[in-house]
Design a protein around this ligand. Structure first.
Ligand code: AMP
Length: 185
């Protein structure tokens, strides 16, 4: 059973790694950014509320994301495991996730921190071409990461749940290191 949270700054390769692993383990890859982008494309009530935050590189308010994740993690396909990419993004989301997993009786969650130097992140993000990948928004997303998301590294390492993986390697090397460190086949 694989239940994995991928942490790391924007551009660290969480999405790519999550996608590869989820495919190999045949479990859902749950990306909050992807769910929000889909909602924005559909102009659903969630998408309309989220749009201005995503456009500015700010976090979407917790309540919206928490409701969305409670619903997603209660769906049947999550019973065989999951890989979370982009959630939790701050300590209150992490606390909410703890409670939710307790309620769902899901334990044994691994947390991986993908480490990548800042200059590499910026080059990668600029090359990606997503709508929120303009220079100003990239800068803000990195700031938001440092202020709100990076504290999760201590949050999880204090509980001996964190594994750090060098994300500044080829896709294949990162994937192999991640699998080895998390005892995945
Ligand atoms: P990502 O695809 O993970 O880079 O996320 C893109 C954008 O979606 C972020 O810059 C935030 O605006 C929003 N977002 C994604 N995940 C979360 C989350 N867990 N909490 C709040 N906002 C989020």
């Amino acid at each position: 059973m694989t239940r994995l949270i991928l942490l790391g700054p924007p551009g660290a390769g969480k999405g790519t790694q999550a996608q590869t692993l989820a495919h190999q383990c045949n479990i859902p890859h749950i990306s909050t950014g992807e769910i929000l982008r889909q909602a924005m494309r559909e102009r659903s009530p969630l998408g309309i509320k989220a749009q201005s935050y995503v456009d500015r590189g700010e976090l979407v308010p917790d309540q919206l994301v928490l409701d969305m994740m409670e619903e997603r993690l209660s769906q049947a396909d999550t019973k065989s495991g999951w890989i979370l990419d982009g959630f939790p993004r701050n300590v209150s989301q992490a606390r909410f996730l703890d409670e939710l997993l307790q309620k769902l009786a899901e334990d044994n969650v691994g947390v991986v921190n993908l480490e990548v130097p800042d200059d590499v992140l910026i080059d990668r993000l600029k090359g990606r071409g997503r709508q929120d990948d303009t220079e100003e928004v990239i800068r803000r997303r990195l700031e938001v990461y440092r202020e709100q998301t990076a504290p999760l590294i201590n949050f999880y390492s204090d509980r001996q749940q964190l594994v750090s993986v060098n994300g500044n390697q080829s896709l294949e090397e990162v994937s192999a290191e991640l699998k080895r460190r998390c005892n995945l086949k």
